[in-house]
Design a protein around this ligand. Sequence first.
Ligand SMILES: [Zn+2]
Length: 543
Amino acid sequence: MELLVEEAAFVTMAEDTGPSGPGGAMLVRDGRIAAVGPAAAVCAAASPGARVVRLDGATVVPGLIDAHCHVADVGYLAAGADCSQPSAPDIPAVQARLREAAGRTPRGSWVTGSGYVEYKLRERRHPTRADLDQAVPDRPAVLYHTSLHACVLNTAALAEAGLADRQPDPPDGAFGRDSDGRLDGVVYEGPMFELFVRNLRADLARMDAGARARLVQMASRRLAAFGLTAACDADMRQDSLPAFAEADAAGLLGLRIYGLVVHDQVDWLLASGLRGRWSDRLAAEAVKIWADGGMSSRTAAIHGSYPVPPYGSGILYFERDELTEMVRDFDARGFQVAIHAQGDRGIETVLDAYAATLAAGAGGAGNPLRHRIEHGGALYPPLAARAAALGIVVVSQPGFLSTLGDGFAEAFGDRSDELYSFGSWQRAGITVAGSSDAPVITADPRLGIRDAILRRTGDGRVLGPAERLTAREALALYTTQAAFAARREDETGSLEPGKLADFAVLDANPLDADPERIPGIGVLATVVGGSPVHESAGIFAAG
Ligand SMILES: [Zn+2]
């Protein structure tokens, strides 16, 4: 099976090549790239029966890779109410979206909405149980904050979750309260995660294999429409990984999925037989740990304290020794370790754990399993120098800058120019991979590429102008460097002979475009292993 792609500009992202002219070609044989470059040489290598697809001057980039998103959650939340902007600009709109969702939610499941940010709502506050009760009075309803570090419950949901007004705050989270001390329905961190996981698990358990596979298929279609060909699922669990395996077996898994399995599910993973490279589309050989909370919920563990609610200095889930013990154990068992760390205090604890582990193994030489820090928001210069010296890969989210950046600026004041300092990190020698953390924000990597170049918040201020990347550096976050973070740089991330034929066909070249216009670049087709998984222009169908 040969496919010859012609009349396109190829942005290969290979080390020593710039973009080709518009007359380039690429030959795909058995799902892999056989040749790419000037048309004459590539066409000469094709056999006479090769299928020819002409792209009419379009741009071909390596398949984009989201190094940290929540693929199963994208599919799950997509079925509920969309309470993000611009769908729900104020609380009455949130209520209307929840009412609509109630009509299509099966009995037994909670009415579910997601995507709100309190400081983006017109009222500039969290919705409360009373707001949710007005929309859904007679059955449990939950509204997840876009960060997935907080949520709001209505009265029926509070009752079903066993939360009463006298409930004290747990050590790993907090409950919002009104002026009389009654629960106002907002739940932060630990108990919120429990609720999310419990609901997701209960709803997945209610689905048959076909419904679970459709959820995975819905998520992979959404991602493929953005030009993504691979993603790391940063929250793989015993109820989601089998759904991916089922979808893969049924030929419904469009994308390549690298699962980061939640640390307390590793024993299950080993018993399940799903550890490792299950197929060329599905792998589970990394472990996910949360060290602290989130930036937009102001629960990231920082030195000092937040000037805005819920105040405090954030939440640290593990003491240094406990975290070190976990990292050592997973490292010794050959797992790549990926740790969520946002605040400087959280990041410091993670670096201590990595330093202790990497110094203890292999004579301290490098980081062969590519242990990662996820997010790294407040990875300030001294911490970045430590991360670089240890060879830690940082997987971050440029798209947070335009979507959540104003909230960061409010919470971090004069340090906000040092957040997500991609330029400094790279100058320090860190490999930085791009990702979305979807469904926290859209999975669209075009937004992240633009934000890595412009660093402009929603209100128009530029956070850390010195940290801006060039267009090529921004694209590398989502191609070569994301492939490195997933330990797949020998297979994906650039268009080179021998690699998998994963690519996206765009209607403009993001390296030449006005950065403002990058989110508007059209994805004409997304191809995984030589087969189209998304088409908007019928190129492959017609070709
Ligand atoms: Zn995440």
